[in-house]
Design a protein. Structure first.
Length: 590
């Protein structure tokens, strides 16, 4: 029997928030007194800010705080408000002197006694704080379940994390203040994975490239490992005989720290590629292994010690060895087109890979940062097709979300860049994908579909391209084809982002299959951007109260929402499809 006195210990269900200043040790080392004077008033101010959100500060731990809230909604609101507050305080400060918090939030039972609070729920909140990027909020699945339909933020799934001293993996989400920015982030699709692995046959020539592990002390060079992962995945996916799991789902699985055999089982593939990257000066060491999960054995492994400038040759060699090891017969024409045109200077490649770290976060500032990096690449090599296509995407994003000052000129510039990319490298699927997107929103429908078809002929396993083409087909009054293509994309990318469901819901809506549209849209991790379609679907079913409830949430997230502007943005080929959507919105009260 335990001899611990529990008479003074109480249990309490609480939302626990940890906030800690990022890079505090470096800031103190650079300017100890200045950092102390800057941080102390901020920590004191947070006590008053917490009261406004019905929270209490439990402990101040040097450069951090522990707060308790009765509601997960209040805790997340406070976390986002804290980051807004810091954004205002940092305005005008030199970048290396700015103070940013990492915030983690969990919901669960805590133990309370005279000495303070403790328990697993508290430990999880602390570990989530460490996962958050500076200036951001990271929450557990328990918190996400409480807030996803109550707060108009976006949520990016970070995978099931194995946290230090926590027994079971914890599903973690990063909060996006702008819900639109989360539309193309990794999705929380655990149930879909189980269905896929249980009911879909594993193809003989199916493979997942798990992210390369970066081995080194300089984390700023981690982009090199990410770039190798993406490029080898892209090279493999160009082979028509292969079934290649998307890079996004590979990263989501790797975050869970599962074994390669687990990856094969849950993602429904036979082969798994793993590897690591180490950089020392101008030399690079790459280790890689190909595993046959069905037989439970390694069938090929290699180590490469090469000059960094040989990285493109190494990528090609790895791809060809994987293909050979799995005994695939590839047409000569496909072997010849497997490699994208390399840049004239390795520095341009580095800038593009660093840009990819920003563009996938889909915020105004990150998009601008990505474009600046692509511009650096193009200053070095103006004919680098990959940089041209990537910059085109940033301008499309600006146009679509109304960011920046270029407005319609942004779409024109995006089209010109995409045309330039395919002229320089007609074997690169990405350039044709960007060309299809630009043509679609210019309402040049036939040209858009032709570009997407060319893109998928070059890379038949690109799930994001499939999703984009599915959306284009739905807008071209070809929704049945769109649905089939979108379901194929979800199989290739089991951790698919919400945008796939958004596109699928739109296709069902165009077919007047409103119940299926509603069911699909309710599966979105971030329901905010699906509420327009939900409102219109409920309206056409005569469920007006539910339609108006969704419309109210649309206005909560977008107070300046305009039906006229949305009608102008919709790229539908058939004006009756636009009128059908607008009619549903008007019935809902928008």
């Amino acid at each position: 029997m335990s001899d611990i006195d529990e008479s003074n210990v109480r249990r309490r269900l609480s939302a626990i928030l940890f906030a800690d200043i990022a890079n505090y040790t470096r800031l103190m080392g650079d300017d100890e007194l200045g950092t102390w004077h800057a941080a102390k008033p901020v920590i004191r101010e947070l006590n008053e800010l917490a009261k406004l959100h019905h929270g209490t500060v439990q402990q101040v731990l040097g450069d951090g705080l522990i707060l308790l809230f009765d509601s997960a909604v209040d805790a997340v609101r406070f976390g986002v408000e804290l980051q807004r507050h810091m954004r205002a305080l940092n305005d005008g400060r030199e970048e290396d002197r700015q103070i940013w918090f990492r915030v983690g939030v969990n919901l669960g039972d805590i133990l309370v006694d005279d000495d303070g609070i403790s328990g697993d729920a508290v430990n999880i909140a602390a570990r989530l704080q460490a996962l958050a990027r500076p200036g951001h909020v990271c929450v557990s699945a328990a918190v996400y379940d409480q807030v996803r339909n109550r707060l108009t933020f976006g949520y990016e799934y970070l995978g099931a994390q194995n946290l230090k001293n926590v027994r079971e993996p914890v599903d973690a989400f990063q909060v996006h203040e702008n819900p639109t920015s989360a539309a193309m982030t990794t999705g929380f699709r655990r149930s879909s994975l189980a269905i896929a692995s249980a009911h879909l046959p594993i193809k003989d020539l199916s493979v997942v490239m798990l992210p390369f592990r970066f081995q080194g002390s300089n984390e700023t060079e981690n982009w090199l490992a990410d770039g190798l992962t993406e490029d080898i995945t892209t090279n493999l996916s160009r082979f028509h005989d292969f079934f290649v799991i998307s890079r996004m789902s590979a990263y989501a699985f790797a975050a869970r720290m599962g074994s390669p055999a687990d990856a094969a089982r849950e993602l429904g593939v036979r082969y798994v590629v793993t590897g690591s990257v180490r950089k020392a000066g101008k030399q690079i060491r790459i280790t890689i292994e190909l595993l046959d999960a069905e037989r439970g054995r390694s069938i090929w492994g290699e180590r490469y010690d090469r000059p960094l400038e040989d990285i493109f040759d190494v990528q090609d060699e790895i791809t060809q060895l994987i293909v050979s090891a799995t005994a695939v017969q590839i047409e000569t024409s496909e072997q010849n087109r497997i490699r994208q045109m390399a840049p004239a200077d390795l520095r341009a490649y580095g800038f593009v890979l660093q840009g990819q770290q920003h563009i996938f976060r889909y915020t105004r500032d990150e998009n601008r940062e990505a474009r600046q990096l692509y511009d650096e690449a193009l200053r070095i090599d103006p004919r680098y097709a990959r940089a041209l296509a990537a910059k085109s995407r940033t301008l499309n994003i600006d146009w679509r979300y109304g960011w920046g000052d270029l407005k319609d000129e942004a779409l024109e510039a995006a089209l010109d860049l995409a045309l330039g990319a395919v002229a320089v490298d007609p074997t690169d699927a990405r350039g044709f994908g960007e060309l299809g997107f630009a043509h679609l929103y210019r309402k040049e429908h036939e040209a858009a579909i032709n570009a997407y078809e060319r893109a998928l002929s070059l890379n038949p396993n690109d799930a994001d391209l499939m999703s984009d083409m599915g959306d284009a087909l739905a807008h071209c009054h070809r929704s049945e084809e769109a649905i089939a293509l979108l379901k194929d994309a979800m199989r290739l990318n089991p951790f698919y982002p919400d945008q796939y469901l958004w596109h699928l819901g739109g296709a069902y809506f165009n077919l007047r299959r409103y119940d299926e549209a509603i069911h699909t849209l309710h599966g979105m991790q971030n329901p905010t951007e699906g509420r327009r379609l939900l409102a219109a679907s409920y309206s056409h079913l005569g469920r007006i109260d539910e339609a108006r409830a969704e419309a109210a949430k649309v206005l909560q997230a977008h107070p300046d929402f305009s039906i006229d502007r949305w009608a102008a943005v919709q790229p539908d080929k058939d004006s009756a499809d636009v009128a059908h959507f607008i009619e549903g919105l008007r019935k809902a009260g928008l």
